[in-house]
Write a protein that binds this ligand. Sequence first.
Ligand SMILES: Nc1nc2c(ncn2[C@@H]2O[C@H](COP(=O)(O)OP(=O)(O)OP(=O)(O)O)[C@@H](O)[C@H]2O)c(=O)[nH]1
Ligand SMILES: [Mg+2]
Length: 165
Amino acid sequence: MTKAIDEKAKTISAPSGATVYMDVGVVIYDKVTGQVYSFVPPDARSRPDRYLKLKIIGTPGHERYRYQRDLVLTTTAREVDVVALVVDSADENSIAQAGKILSEVLSKVKTRHVLLVANKQDLPNARKGKELAQVLGIQHYVETSALYRVGIDEFLRKVVELAST
Ligand SMILES: Nc1nc2c(ncn2[C@@H]2O[C@H](COP(=O)(O)OP(=O)(O)OP(=O)(O)O)[C@@H](O)[C@H]2O)c(=O)[nH]1
Ligand SMILES: [Mg+2]
């Protein structure tokens, strides 16, 4: 997911692609147009109020790397504007695990907002974001397909909206 947000994101991952420790991405959000850039726009210096720098920290989702996730949460991401919980909407296992992972995360991280990211909406058996949000008791949600880069800008817009309230 972090790579779909910022293709230049740095990640410490296994050969399988699974995050082993952490992903770090940075994008620039244009408050005027809602556009997202992976580079610093030329007028950013003269119009600092127009842009927001969004730092995205991705943690491992896999149970095997839970220790590393805890380490990231207790060192690098102790306080964040938004916790985005990414679930595989087509995988009942991922959905069942998500609630438990979220409780763990929230016991370690100080945040004001939780956003459910109902990913893999391109798969035919994907459950809808609204339904998953109800199941998990999360107020805010977005639907994405990281694979096809669908819904990513909307996700970031929602992050900015939440972070500024
Ligand atoms: N069909 C589909 N596959 C996806 C989508 N997003 C990710 N995948 C696939 O799911 C697998 C895991 O994707 P990652 O982006 O590594 O997922 P992650 O959430 O970072 O997972 P971990 O790092 O293991 O916690 C890869 O094989 C991706 O190609 C999506 O939106 N649709
Ligand atoms: Mg990952």
